[in-house]
Write a protein that binds this ligand. Structure first.
Ligand SMILES: Nc1nc2c(c(=O)[nH]1)N[C@H]1C(S)=C(S)[C@@H](COP(=O)(O)OP(=O)(O)OC[C@H]3O[C@@H](n4cnc5c(N)ncnc54)[C@H](O)[C@@H]3O)O[C@H]1N2
Ligand code: MOO
Length: 415
């Protein structure tokens, strides 16, 4: 099977994610304080006008008509508040109307009474305590410092579209719109399967061993991309263990198995042959990208999916942005993310028939105009990725200095 072109591999992964959602995707109703990062399954509308009542934008006096005004009730001067203003007296109810020529103390956010024409800030007012006469340093324009009801949104107005990923700003607008829970796409459940006899999880590895790069890293990537980690399994390079990990009762509880290592074709590599033996179809057999070309995507029994990441750590993370990210976008109903184009400050050699995925960084982080490839970007190296701001996608023919080049965000910098 020929290597899939890089863009085609992303399209196929997105389509496989969409098909997964169609076959098993449900909706969760999630409270606002737990919805960050989830993707809306339906459009969200305002449940009332926003703001839902006219309020004061400042501490001071609400007035009706032309000044000077008579204060309804002169507040007692006190050391703490200088006689102004009193706390919200009537939260939850409409205040009594204000008659033309009168003024009443008001605090920020408090309901403006019917009949009010403006709010005068405390520091812009002069109160004659003995007579209760209030004047303004400058005549207020009509409606000054009053936030009218409905200025931000009418009741029923669209606030957020289905397919939107929730962020703190979007959670805030849903709260202001009156929502307690939001309908979000059920997160894709992912089994993380780490393979390799030589992998050790702590301390300094002996020659021939490697320190596990994936166990501490991929759960964070899965979370950042909106997936849900179902479980983590570590196995050696063994056919039966691989078979069990891909197709046991517990494996079937996950929608996707995300494996690392074992994608090659040596006798020590079991992921590919065992998956083939299980049936299903190959969706992406390998990808025309460097590093990471042995990455694979195939269907497993019951319509589950296998994303096989190569063992070399940088290769695996480039496969995460190539296959796992579009798959999870498709599965949550988000539109496919479109990579941005940025200028490269240096000429970058292409890989001939493949795209090159290179960790890259801003040459001037303050202005973010131009990228340069990071150093130490060998397939088994991590220093380049540690410094990187984005992934530069270099076309097969390479790019000249100053040319625009496609870039992908790194999962942990959000999208
Ligand atoms: N004859 C060929 N050999 C290889 C080819 C090829 O085309 N022909 N492709 C190379 C490329 S490219 C890659 S990438 C790797 C893919 O290897 P596998 O997916 O089969 O992975 P392994 O062989 O199990 O391991 C490769 C490498 O990665 C290290 N590794 C594995 N797991 C971890 C981990 N959890 N943390 C850190 N490092 C890990 C492992 O020790 C090996 O060094 O194949 C090339 N060979
Ligand atoms: O995927 Mo491999 O070298 O491209 O590490």
């Amino acid at each position: 099977m020929p290597e899939a072109d890089w863009q085609e591999a992303r399209r196929l992964a997105y389509a496989a994610g969409s098909a997964l959602a169609a076959s098993r995707g449900g909706t969760d109703l999630v409270p606002l304080d737990r919805v960050n990062g989830r993707v809306l399954a339906q459009d969200i509308h305002s449940l009332h006008t926003m703001p839902h009542y006219a309020s004061s934008a400042m501490d001071g006096w609400v007035v009706a008509g032309e000044g000077p005004w008579q204060v309804e009730r002169v507040p007692q001067a006190s050391a703490n508040d200088g006689g102004l203003p009193r706390p919200h007296a009537g939260a939850g109810s409409t205040p009594p109307p204000l008659i033309s020529g009168w003024a009443r103390a008001i605090v920020t956010g408090e309901s403006v009474p019917p009949g009010a024409t403006a709010v005068i800030r405390q520091e812009a007012s002069v109160l004659e305590a003995a007579t209760g006469r209030l004047s303004a340093l400058q005549a207020p324009s009509p409606g000054a410092d009053i936030r009218p009801a409905g200025r931000e949104a009418a009741e029923g107005e669209l606030l957020l579209r289905a397919g939107t990923r929730m962020t703190p700003g979007r959670i805030a607008v849903a709260a202001v719109g009156g929502h307690d829970r939001l309908p979000v796409s059920q997160a894709v459940r992912i089994r993380l399967l780490l393979t390799g006899d030589e992998v050790v999880t702590t301390g300094i590895p002996a020659p021939g061993q490697v320190r596990d790069t994936f166990g501490p890293v991929l759960p964070a990537c899965i979370e950042a991309l909106g997936g849900a980690l179902a479980d983590v399994l570590r196995i050696g390079d063994d056919t039966h263990a691989t078979l069990d990990a891909l197709d046991s009762a517990s494996a079937r509880e996950a929608d996707v198995v995300l494996s690392t290592g074992g994608t090659g074709r040596s006798p020590a590599d079991h992921v590919r042959p065992v998956a083939e033996e299980l049936g299903g179809t190959s969706i992406v057999g390998s990808v025309a990208m460097r590093p990471g070309h042995p990455a694979l995507l195939r269907s497993l029994p019951e319509g589950r999916l296998l994303v096989g990441l190569p063992g070399n750590p940088l290769a695996a993370l480039m496969a995460v942005v190539t296959l796992l990210e579009p798959l999870l976008e498709g599965a949550s109903g988000q539109p496919p993310s479109s990579p941005v184009e940025v200028r490269t400050g240096e000429a970058v050699r292409g890989a001939g028939h493949s795209h090159r995925l290179l960790p890259a960084q801003w040459s001037d982080p303050a202005h973010r105009q131009q990228l340069v490839p990071s150093e130490h970007t060998g397939s088994a190296m991590m220093r380049g990725l540690a410094q990187a701001d984005v992934v530069m996608v270099v076309p097969p023919a390479g790019v000249e200095a100053g040319a625009a080049v496609t870039c992908l965000p790194l999962p942990w910098y959000g999208r």
